[in-house]
Design a binder for this molecule. Structure first.
Ligand code: SF4
Length: 236
């Protein structure tokens, strides 16, 4: 089993990780990924985006607001925000200071309010008020990076997409699915390991696993369903 090999690799740190890589053959890694997928499906069958939304614009806005903020906090402010500003035109015509009051508790509220006004204008001017369905159009919108675009593509439009956030970065790193830190490279590594049909589910499942079990400061390896397939406990 690859994780046993990783255990024998001993010690901690980068050198250990490198030696774990050397002993894990591509076939062994594919088998380990299959096991991880099976466990994720058992544990997070219903895994989905935690941001409340009823259309693509609401999801886009909520994802922008979730920067440096919890999804729970975002979900507290968005119902009133969406009622007051129900479409791109309403955001475009909004007084930024009024939006600031709605989103104040999500942090960085001036920047976020400004981003929502400029987003509303860009959507109104370039896309008839609709959220575009193509990555290249989404990432040209103000305040929209690749991660946010992937959230909208995967969750709303049902396209294969892997949004790489802090949870996906941490958990996929500990599982040795990637040794990259750059989100674009992590996304590419995960894309190479997984079938397209698995991308969106796995990203949601890794996010939930990162929230509930594999937390940043103290991963609960002793009760983790992925433990048998994860080299991290042996390295820690
Ligand atoms: S075994 Fe530990 S490090 Fe690995 S995924 Fe589970 S909680 Fe995270």
């Amino acid at each position: 089993m690859p994780e046993r090999r990783a255990t024998r690799a001993g010690a901690t740190g980068r050198a250990t990780r490198a030696s774990a890589d050397r002993v894990e053959t591509p076939e062994a890694k594919r088998e380990r990924v299959r096991c991880i997928l099976r466990e994720l499906r058992r544990a997070y069958r219903e895994a989905d985006c935690a941001l409340a939304h009823t259309n693509a614009l609401e999801l886009l806005v909520a994802t922008i607001l979730s920067a440096q903020c919890t999804d729970e906090r975002v979900n507290q402010v968005t119902p009133a925000l969406f009622r007051r500003f129900p479409d791109a035109r309403a955001l475009a015509d909004a007084d930024q200071r009024e939006i600031e009051e709605y989103v104040r508790s999500t942090g960085f509220f001036r920047n976020k309010a400004r981003a929502l006004v400029t987003l509303g204008r860009a959507l109104s001017e370039r896309h008839g008020g609709e959220v575009p369905e193509r990555m290249e159009d989404l990432v040209r919108l103000p305040g929209v990076g690749r991660k946010t675009a992937n959230v909208v593509l995967g969750t709303w439009f049902g396209r294969p997409a892997i949004p790489v956030d802090t949870h996906v970065t941490r958990v996929s790193g500990r599982l040795a699915l990637t040794h990259e830190q750059d989100p674009l490279k992590i996304e590419a590594d995960l894309q190479a390991l997984l079938a397209e049909s698995q991308w969106t589910f796995v990203s949601h499942a890794l996010i939930w696993h990162g929230r509930l079990v594999c937390q940043a400061r103290r991963p609960a390896c002793e009760r983790c369903t992925l433990r048998a397939h994860c080299p991290f406990p042996a390295r820690a």
